[in-house]
Design a protein around this ligand. Structure first.
Ligand SMILES: [Ca+2]
Ligand SMILES: [Ca+2]
Ligand SMILES: [Ca+2]
Length: 364
């Protein structure tokens, strides 16, 4: 939970240089003498012998937050007893807010829509001019989940045998022998840095066991033309349509791959003869960074989430982490995201759906 208000250090809003996104306005210009108690309940002593003014105080106001994030804007009204309080956004209108007996207010921000907001906080009192605080807040968001329910596949480019299925998912190879397919999102790149990519997959239902599998790839090339050169340089079979270097070719590339491998290739250093989910890089399936065995050749949908936080890579399936490892020299470079796969003598469906990309969050 991102909670702006912990730590006990209340900061005075309106102090020059304190919070660049805030400014305080005292409307009307008329201040009154405080009529509060001589001993304030929070330990501050109010000197009733001098003129006092009502003020709004905020603690660590956020400048940017993620859409839906559990952030609460907190602060306090000082200088008077029995004030009123309200909050609003120029984009979303009035916001729900609470004001406690000791004049602490809380404004949950998790309902704000993505975009740039001016939040207006208003303290009212029958004997004082309103005090209005404006706070500038960016609410960032990620792309919508790609459900592949629409046959148009806007933004995607298909190569080889990859097809859209009327069930509302992709078939990367089709359920037949000696197929290879690729599909890439070519109107957006995944940004470098920390990332989280989630998707549903289902494979099986074919002929013979293991065939060969597929891979989600993020390829750091500058242009779609360079991407297509890379695709053309990849090999099939155990290279799963992503291998372009090492045992699969001589086309070096900077890339990250999430293998869903159902065929044991001893010559590629497959670490197990079991089905495995693995992370490889740079077009080389023989150098796995992280892997875990998991039986999945049953045409059952499972959800995979691959997370990169600094140098730590993790793989979760249906919400449970099955592999996590720190790779000291790992650096995620981002790039074009796609899926590749291949079949040989043995074959399977290679289905893919519900892609969710969470790279650097941006304010739209
Ligand atoms: Ca779907
Ligand atoms: Ca393999
Ligand atoms: Ca493998």
């Amino acid at each position: 939970m991102g909670r702006f208000g912990l730590g006990g250090a209340w900061l005075l809003v309106g102090t020059v240089g304190l919070v660049g996104g805030c400014r305080t306005q005292i409307l009307g210009g008329d201040t009154d003498t405080a009529r509060g108690p001589a001993d304030d309940s929070d330990g501050f002593t109010v000197d009733t012998s001098v003129a006092a003014t009502m003020s709004l105080e905020l603690l660590y106001p956020p400048y940017v937050m993620e859409v839906g994030e559990d952030v609460v804007l907190e602060g306090r009204i000082r200088g008077v007893d029995g004030p009123g309080f309200s909050a609003s956004s120029d984009v979303d209108g009035p916001l729900s807010a609470t004001l406690s007996a000791d004049r602490a207010f809380a404004v949950p921000l998790d309902g704000l829509s993505a975009g740039n907001h001016v939040l207006t906080l208003t303290a009212t009192h029958p004997e004082h001019a309103d005090v209005v605080e404006e706070l500038y807040l960016g609410v960032c968001a990620w792309p919508e989940v790609e459900t592949f329910d629409d046959a148009s596949l806007a933004g995607w480019s298909l190569y080889g045998d990859a097809v859209w299925d009327a069930g509302g998912w992709l078939e990367i190879t089709t359920n037949a022998q000696s197929k290879s397919g690729h599909i890439y999102l070519t109107n957006r790149v995944v940004k470098p840095g920390d990332f989280e990519v989630s998707f549903d997959f289902a494979t099986g239902g074919g002929g013979y066991t293991g065939a060969d599998g597929y891979s989600v790839n993020i390829v750091a090339v500058p242009t779609v033309q360079d991407l297509e050169t890379y695709i053309g340089a990849t090999s099939n079979g155990g290279c799963l349509g992503y291998g372009s270097s090492g045992p699969c070719g001589s086309h070096p590339v900077t890339a990250l791959h999430v293998e869903l491998d159902t065929w044991h290739n001893g010559e590629f250093s497959d670490p197990t003869s079991a089905n495995h989910i693995a992370i490889a890089r740079d077009g080389d399936p023989s150098d796995l960074l992280v892997w875990a065995a998991l039986p999945f050749e049953d045409l059952t949908w499972r959800r995979v989430t691959v997370t990169g936080r600094g140098t730590r890579l993790s793989i979760a399936v249906d919400g449970s982490v099955i592999a996590s490892k720190d790779i000291p020299d790992f650096q995620f470079e981002g790039g074009y995201l796609g899926v590749s796969g291949s079949t040989g003598y043995a074959y399977n469906h290679h289905r893919f759906d519900n892609l969710e990309i969470r790279d650097r969050c941006e304010v739209p």
